[in-house]
Write a protein that binds this ligand. Structure first.
Ligand code: PLP
Length: 395
């Protein structure tokens, strides 16, 4: 067998991509499997964004750009941060990367030395812990279940921090729970962070635009502006503009950290695709009503799915603040089913008996839950819920 590096053994392939692949494989075998595993909008990228990219190709904008992004896209990102978040950045405080995923990867590589600890609230986006491990860091999990609306408390944050803590990650609204921290909650977390002045903070705002409710979006910097010299704001166009395949994410933050992330990126991918950068610029500078169309659909599906899930015995689903996920508690259902001992077993049961693929909560660091994606048509969701309900009834 081929000898591989130890770092490969330390990480696991993305479980959400694995579930999607499993569902696709079963479908290829002729089985009728509905996939509720994916984490991407089911909508097409809006026309005006695609048109900008086509023009870029036709005009020959197909060469290397600056590693950290074109000046035009960086200007659009700076304008976005000003307009939507009330945050002011200079061009040397912005880095454009190949997706939000690379933004966080760069940050971990730029910041962490062996043994440095990173506080990650659980349930978490599956990639944070593994990207920390790839940087020789140590993920430290803080668990927050449904009883606390999947949000960590200041006391929990404090309990997880020590002199080895290098980075704290906040993801709001959250993948996988759909929950968002309020301004007051962020202020309270900020109080704790002030006692650890050397710790860097990453706020992952990827789902900023996929939110219901009337409260304006707020991140830790809006709540605690004094944390700006050590906070990175991570965002991207993937989720808001249905642009997952274009691979454009961006970070705003302190110039020395952005510069270090840029150095890492310069020796891995160099610039993100020139064409995608033009598309991202069109997304940020262009009309924003395309977001509203998708948002309305997500919200209607959310309302429907939460209601239906709560009608199934053993499933308890909190309404979310946003994103295209719901994260029901299924512990009672697990206990009621023969041969089903945990959420992984329940995932298997649902694939086999209901023909529905979902992601077990364990994949996100919290067992006893499931994540269902609502980024699929209303008809498909109705069918999936009918099938889950029936399979549970028959069991
Ligand atoms: N952050 C969160 C919380 C996510 O859920 C995702 C995608 O699933 C990302 C970042 C990265 O998105 P991308 O790399 O597609 O821009």
């Amino acid at each position: 067998t081929t000898k591989l590096a130890a770092r490969v053994q330390a990480v696991k392939p993305s479980p959400t991509l694995a579930i999607t692949a499993r569902a696709a494989a079963l479908r290829a075998e002729g089985q009728d499997v509905i996939g509720l595993g994916v984490g991407e909008p089911d909508f097409d990228t809006p026309e005006h964004i695609k048109a900008a990219a086509i023009r870029a190709i036709e005009s020959g904008f197909t060469k290397y750009t600056a590693v950290d992004g074109t000046p035009e896209l960086k200007r659009a990102i700076i304008a976005k941060f000003q307009r939507e978040n009330g945050l002011d950045y200079a061009p040397n405080q912005i880095l454009v990367s190949c997706g939000g995923k690379q933004s966080f990867f760069n940050l971990a590589q730029a910041l962490l030395d062996p043994g440095d600890e990173v506080v990650i609230p659980a349930p978490y986006w599956v990639s944070y812990p593994d990207m920390v491990l790839l940087a020789d860091g140590l993920p430290v999990f803080v668990q927050a279940g449904a009883a606390q609306a999947f949000k960590i408390t200041p006391a929990q944050l404090k309990g997880a921090m020590n002199e080895k803590t290098r980075l704290v990650v906040i993801n709001s609204p959250s993948n996988p729970t759909g929950m968002a921290y309020s301004r007051e909650e962020l202020e309270a977390l900020g109080e704790v962070l002030r006692d650890f002045p050397k710790v860097i903070i990453a706020t992952d705002d990827m789902y900023e635009h996929i939110r219901w409710g009337s409260a304006p979006f707020v991140n830790i910097l809006n709540a605690c502006p004094d944390l700006a010299p050590r906070t990175l704001v991570l965002n991207g166009v993937s989720k808001a503009y249905a642009m997952t395949g274009w691979r454009i994410g961006y970070a705003g933050g302190p110039a020395p950290i952005i510069k270090a992330m840029n150095t890492i990126q310069s020796q891995s991918t160099s610039n993100p695709t020139s064409i995608s950068q033009v598309a991202a610029q069109a997304a940020l500078d262009g009309p924003q009503d395309c977001i509203g169309v998708m948002l309305k659909a997500f919200q209607e599906r959310h309302d429907f799915v939460v209601e239906r899930l709560n009608q199934i015995p053993g499933i308890e689903c909190l309404p979310t603040d946003g994103t295209f996920y719901v994260f029901p508690k299924v512990q009672k259902l697990i206990e009621s089913l023969d041969g089903v001992n945990n959420d992984l077993d329940l995932g298997e049961f649902l694939i086999e008996k209901a023909g529905v693929a979902v992601v077990p909560g364990s994949a996100f660091g919290l067992g006893g839950y499931l994540r269902l994606s609502i980024a699929t048509s209303r008809e498909t969701l109705e069918q999936a819920l009918d099938r889950i309900e029936q399979a549970v009834k028959n069991a």
